[in-house]
Ligand binder design. Structure first.
Ligand code: ZN
Ligand code: ZN
Length: 580
């Protein structure tokens, strides 16, 4: 509930305060034009701020210009912001007298004993926890951007409000750069490029939020996944597969049913049998696999990885191209280890994540250590001792690896703290990609055990780890990061110089230099007469597509005969292996 936001997070910068104050200035301007306007929430956001209003009519572009002009006047007046507190009843009466029913609801939702504060600038007062800049003159350089519809509390059954977005930076130059970035981002929009490049489509016949990958898109997906698979294998991970349906009962045991129900699709009820759910996460499945065998401390750490397609219910209004979908494929992994091994395993996972992000050209990232909050009603499992242990283990591991991190209260998973990797793309936008989470809770709930050195059963710790997160979302980020120009090893393009596999008449006598170079992984120095005669002909029949892969290798097994040329199309796709 953002206009009474939890500012406990240490991330309240000067710019954040300016953006927050600007939202108040905008509300004051809107009330000047519409004295009966009802105010909902108005938080600072990345790049600016917004405020949701319930207004007597739809806003026009002229209104926006008018509001902006009034905001500049209020900025010029440099009104000081003063804080005051009111007891709950007085605060409620005050909001009721001013006809602000949304604020009444916000106050009613505040926990008992919470301080209820207001901020006043000139004639305008708003319920808010702050903090703010000292005066309206200090809000920086802003521009009102657009109006959008927004449901009160994101709930489509509640009233629809008008949300005015503003952009705000410290300097005019930064504002200009922001709009230049926005222009560039539009050109890179993965939804547009994805269609133009023939990578994926969405269809009403299939349903929103479920991307369908065309042949080229599948090649990229496959290349991405086999690259991560190879890296994971090198780091000692074992790959498993655990299907798409799971008995609902298992999610009740693991705690996901209580904490994750909103994100699950409705149950699949078999009248003669158990109730199933489409799998929204893999953890309980991997723990069930762990429980299928007996384990000694000598077997640990055990690292199970899976490229698993999961199904998560997202509201249709929140779906967005590949970056927010309902079917997603996670490069998920669960590491079963002893408490002593957490730090070492974290270090290893960190190294793996760094290697993979670097390969994709993401050099700049920071880590958010997501912790539970102290609210007794929160979703987090109540087990202080284990939480403290897990949090300390993560902090130690981050510090031992010299990783800079910041802490965010209330952002943890329900079962434990996590380290999320926030990566910047070429446009400077931040994406959460990788994550490592420590879990003392689920393995205990699901009865995971190993026999320790003392010959006694113990519960392992589980580290949940995703490196590129979901293939779909990461591909969406990559398309925009590369502006559709994939690096050679990832590119799905079928080179026009490569003939069709069945077209044996038009075989080239020599490879185009870049083709041969990429194919061999070495610098091309010119084909010998012999190789110019033979190798292109043979390779081309096999791999019409894969020449843009850095280490394209022929498929294993005997060379396909001329009559078997057609099936090689299918096989060719699999010849794209990961980069060395
Ligand atoms: Zn405020
Ligand atoms: Zn997990």
């Amino acid at each position: 509930m953002p206009d009474y936001p939890d500012h406990a997070a240490a991330d309240v910068s000067e710019l954040w305060k300016k953006r927050h104050t600007a939202a108040h200035v905008m509300a004051q301007a809107v009330l000047e034009i519409f004295p009966d306007a009802q105010l909902a929430i108005g938080p600072p956001i990345e790049d600016g701020f917004y405020y949701d209003f319930d207004l007597p009519r739809t806003l026009t572009p002229d209104d926006l210009a008018d509001i902006e002009a009034r905001m500049r006047r209020i900025q010029g007046e440099n009104l000081p912001l003063t804080r005051s507190e009111k007891p709950r009843e007085e605060a409620l009466t005050w909001e009721r007298e001013h006809g602000q029913s949304y604020k009444v609801e916000l106050i009613n939702d505040l926990p008992e004993g919470e301080t209820i504060s207001f901020y006043t600038q000139g004639p305008f007062t708003d319920l808010c926890r702050g903090p703010h800049v000292a005066g309206t003159g200090q809000i920086g350089v802003f521009k009102l951007d657009r109006v959008a519809g927004a449901y009160w509390r994101g709930d489509e059954r509640r009233p629809q409000l008008q949300r005015i977005y503003g952009v705000l930076f410290d300097t005019p130059q930064e504002l200009e750069e922001y709009y230049a970035r926005l222009e560039e981002a539009k050109k890179r929009d993965h939804r547009v490029l994805g269609r133009q490049l023939g990578l994926f489509v969405f269809s009403d016949d299939i349903g929103s939020g479920i991307p369908l990958f065309l042949p080229k898109g599948e090649i990229v997906r496959h290349t991405m996944e086999s690259y991560v698979r190879d890296v994971q294998t090198r780091y000692g991970y074992q790959h498993v597969w655990t299907g798409h349906l799971v008995k609902e009962e298992l999610y009740k045991k693991s705690g996901h049913y209580d904490n994750y129900l909103d994100a699950m699709f409705p149950p699949l009820v078999d009248p003669d049998g158990p109730t199933f759910r489409l799998k929204p996460m893999n953890c309980p499945s991997h723990m069930t696999l762990f429980n299928a065998g007996l384990h000694s401390y000598r077997d640990l750490p055990l690292r199970y990885a899976e490229f698993a397609t999961l199904y998560r219910y997202e509201k249709s209004g929140e779906l967005n191209g590949l970056t927010r979908v309902r079917s997603l494929t996670q490069d998920d992994c669960h590491i079963f280890c002893t408490p002593d091994q957490i730090e070492g395993e974290f270090t290893l996972a960190l190294r793996l994540i760094r290697e993979v992000l670097q390969r994709y050209g993401f050099e700049d990232y920071r880590v958010r250590l997501s912790l539970r909050d102290e609210n007794p009603d929160s979703k987090f499992v109540k087990d202080d001792e284990r939480w403290v242990l897990a949090t300390q283990a993560l902090r130690n591991a981050l510090e031992a690896n010299n990783v800079q991190y910041f802490e965010a209260a209330g952002e943890a998973a329900f079962y434990g703290p996590k380290a999320d990797f926030l990566t910047r793309d070429v446009l400077g936008r931040e994406w959460q990609i990788s994550t490592i989470q420590v879990d003392f809770i689920q393995p205990q709930r699901l009865g995971c055990q190993y026999i320790g050195e003392d010959s006694q059963p113990h519960t392992p710790v589980v580290l949940h780890r995703a490196v590129t997160g979901s293939t779909e979302r990461f591909l969406g980020v990559l398309i925009e990061h590369y502006a559709g120009a994939f690096p050679t090893w990832l590119a799905p393009c079928r080179r026009s110089s490569c003939p069709s596999p069945t077209d044996t008449k038009n075989m080239p006598t020599a490879w185009p230099p870049d083709c041969a170079r990429r194919a061999s992984g070495r610098t091309w120095t010119g084909a010998t007469k012999k190789s110019a005669r033979r190798s292109p002909r043979r390779r081309c029949r096999r791999s019409p597509i894969c020449w843009s892969s850095a280490t394209a290798t022929p498929p294993p097994g005997p060379s396909p005969s001329a009559s078997a040329a057609a099936p090689t199309w299918a096989r060719c796709r699999w010849t794209i292996s990961s980069p060395a």
